[in-house]
Write a protein that binds this ligand. Structure first.
Ligand code: KIV
Ligand code: NA
Length: 284
């Protein structure tokens, strides 16, 4: 297939083909996402939580994003998904110029096709600067995990008419600034629908209900990849778990440990390096 681009996503919206997006953070997850034929791979700053064990996305640095984005790039082919990389907290908010420098690094060093930034009207001047400078930008409205300190928690946004209107205005400002799409996180379905109907560009939902143009989920959440009981609680309510990678991994590791402890691994089948008989005789 042809490489997915901002233009093909727009076409998908127009043809009412739902856009499928997944986060991935490294070479193996990128290879899985590519093989599954997913449209967009997001190297998200959620990697801070699911890959690095931080409590929020706020500590994630640009260097960390670049390290992961490069690995994702190596796991995707030229005909594969579009690769979008988050600009992390603190790397872009200061000014459009600072945002552009961060975006160039993510594209040139990270190999990303596009960047994602959180925020609405306040970030629109930066989005405009990026787009005019040749950087494809995906917006992000609703719950903004990077603003968790001021939001006061990971909770739904836009639940009153006034707040929903404000989020819609944010998304429209991003569209006007040239964003090729917008992620809408943790908003009620009526707002998801209004966003999709009001915007020409695709609206990709996460916890935004079914009436949007596409869906995105975090790789570890949708695949049940984390087994740690303390993490379990953090799989969000809106996320359907489609596999149990974490349980499978623990099962495999326990079986391996048992074989090692009992001395049943490796047996002859897994001891492939032979020494010629006469050498073995001399050696013993
Ligand atoms: O970092 C991330 O995983 C994201 C998605 C939740 C959209 O921004
Ligand atoms: Na993110």
């Amino acid at each position: 297939r042809a490489k997915v681009s901002a233009l093909s996503l727009l076409r998908m919206k127009r043809m009412k083909e739902k856009i499928c997006m997944v986060t991935c953070y490294d070479y193996p997850s990128a290879s899985h996402v590519e093989c599954a034929g997913v449209d967009v791979a997001l190297c998200g700053d959620s990697l801070g939580m699911v890959e690095l064990g931080y409590a929020t996305t706020q500590p994630v640095t640009l260097e960390e994003m670049l390290h992961h984005c490069r690995a994702v790039r190596r796991g995707l082919s030229d005909e594969g998904p579009m690769l979008v990389c988050d600009l992390p907290f603190g790397s872009y908010e200061e000014s459009p110029e600072v945002a552009l420098r961060a975006a160039y690094r993510v594209m040139k060093e990270g190999g990303a096709d596009a960047v994602k930034v959180e925020g609405g009207r306040s970030i629109a001047p930066s989005v405009s600067k990026l787009v005019k400078s040749g950087v494809a930008v995906l917006g992000h409205v609703g719950l903004l995990p990077q603003s968790i300190s001021t939001l006061g928690g990971f909770r739904a946004q836009g639940r009153t008419a006034v707040k929903a209107r404000s989020i819609l205005d944010d998304a429209l400002a991003l569209q006007d600034a040239g964003a090729f799409g917008v992620v809408a996180e943790c908003v009620p379905p009526p707002l998801g629908r209004a966003l999709s109907e009001s915007l020409e560009i695709p609206v990709i939902g996460i916890g935004a209900g079914p009436f949007v143009d596409g869906q995105v989920l975090v790789y570890h959440d949708l695949l049940g990849a984390l087994s740690h009981p303390h993490h379990r609680r953090f799989v969000p309510k809106f996320c359907k778990v489609f596999a149990d990678l974490g349980d499978k991994a623990v099962e495999g590791l326990e079986a391996y440990k048992q074989d090692v402890k009992q001395g049943t691994f490796p047996d002859d089948d897994y001891s492939p390096y032979e020494m010629p008989e006469e050498e073995a005789a001399k050696f013993q």
